[in-house]
Design a protein around this ligand. Structure first.
Ligand code: NDP
Ligand code: OXD
Length: 312
């Protein structure tokens, strides 16, 4: 019977039961046990979201780790996990679409000034507000992988001008895209809406800082659903105060959950979401995870095993 060590935030047993049921449909007799339990020592695979890494390190039978999300930074953090243990990420079109919906919602709220109208309603004001001409707007999507490429294409289908940025050169039909630091700066300068969908790595840590914000056009919109550590939050607040950024929509933070003391809450042109832009869906992700577990049990490398030296 395959034993899998499970951890999702706070060792939620209900969630563990749901995953066991979903995975069981593809891998009968699979058994999920809490990462912190004694039984976890038998596990060959661990299924993890933000686990205590010191505990993972102690499980000597592990042959592979599976992230319960598309990001793997929570596992690679501080280089605590042996380089030889393969790490698998989820790649799920459901999550990509879900992210796309959240980004579209954020973009449309910005250009149609939804929150301005909500404020007017409080005072029974029936008046049109300035509308941004969508056809003159340029949108940059930083990170055009499994998620960003879907988001960029969907925005294009809605009639926006969209350009993408990646680490390597891409050739995505219908999407102009760039790579390299010079092009990053060019996108920052010429675009009006900036969408970060990058994975967290040494190269993307603090990438949105004062130097980046300062070259954006005054009145820009900044949307982040990548990772909090890609943004220097203090700099973002300063640029939201000065109006360089007229609206920021955030789903991820340097420290999660976002502390009650964070100044981000108080900045009125920053909108806060609690890391829900594209949640992992057990129903759609179970098949690939069950397959990854089978691969590890059979000594094979599963699809979507990340390249450790790239960090994503
Ligand atoms: P992918 O690995 O499929 O794509 C990552 C993209 O980022 C690729 O285009 C890659 O370039 C690019 N990239 C990586 N490093 C750099 C760099 N140094 N410079 C420029 N571009 C870079 O990841 P996903 O699309 O699946 O996910 C992206 C991230 O989204 C996750 O890592 C996670 O942090 C976040 N996420 C957030 C969620 C939420 O709910 N908020 C939900 C799911 C994911 P290249 O194509 O050349 O490799
Ligand atoms: C993920 C996330 O990485 O939800 O999947 O952030």
């Amino acid at each position: 019977m395959p034993v899998v060590a499970f951890y999702s935030r706070d060792s939620n047993l209900e969630l563990q039961d749901e995953w066991e049921k979903r995975l069981g449909a593809y891998y009968p007799r699979i058994k999920l046990v809490p990462l912190l339990s004694d039984q976890a020592k038998e596990a060959i695979t661990a299924l993890l979201w933000k686990p205590p890494l010191q505990r993972v390190r102690k499980l000597s039978n592990l042959k592979g780790l599976i992230s319960l999300g598309q990001g793997v930074d929570h596992i690679l953090k501080d280089n605590l996990i042996d380089n030889k243990i393969p790490v698998v990420k989820i790649v799920d079109p459901f999550m990509a679409k879900s992210m796309s919906h959240w980004v579209i919602l954020s973009v449309l709220n910005f250009i149609r000034d939804t929150f301005g109208y909500y404020d007017q309603q409080k005072n029974k004001i029936y008046r049109s507000r300035k509308e941004i001409n969508f056809s003159s707007l340029k949108i940059a999507v930083y990170g055009i992988g499994a998620i960003g490429s879907v988001v960029a294409k969907d925005l294009k289908h809605l009639g926006f001008k969209v350009e993408g940025w990646s680490r390597t050169e891409k050739n995505i039909t219908g999407l102009n895209s760039f790579n390299g630091k010079t092009k990053f700066k060019e996108l920052l300068k010429k675009c009006d809406i900036h969408i970060c969908l990058l994975p967290l790595t040494n190269q993307t840590y603090n990438i949105f800082n004062n130097s980046a914000f300062k070259i954006m056009k005054p009145g820009s919109c900044f949307i982040n659903a990548g990772r909090g550590e890609q943004v220097v939050e203090k700099h973002l607040i300063e640029n939201c105060k000065s109006g360089r950024i007229s609206s920021a929509i955030l789903d991820v933070y340097r420290k999660e959950p976002l502390s009650k003391n964070s100044k981000l809450w108080e900045q009125k042109n920053i909108r806060i979401w609690p890391h829900v832009a594209a949640e992992t869906n057990p129903e759609t992700a179970a098949k690939q995870i069950a397959n990854a577990i089978k691969c590890f049990e059979n000594g094979k490398l599963p699809p979507n095993t990340i390249e450790r030296k790239l960090g994503y």
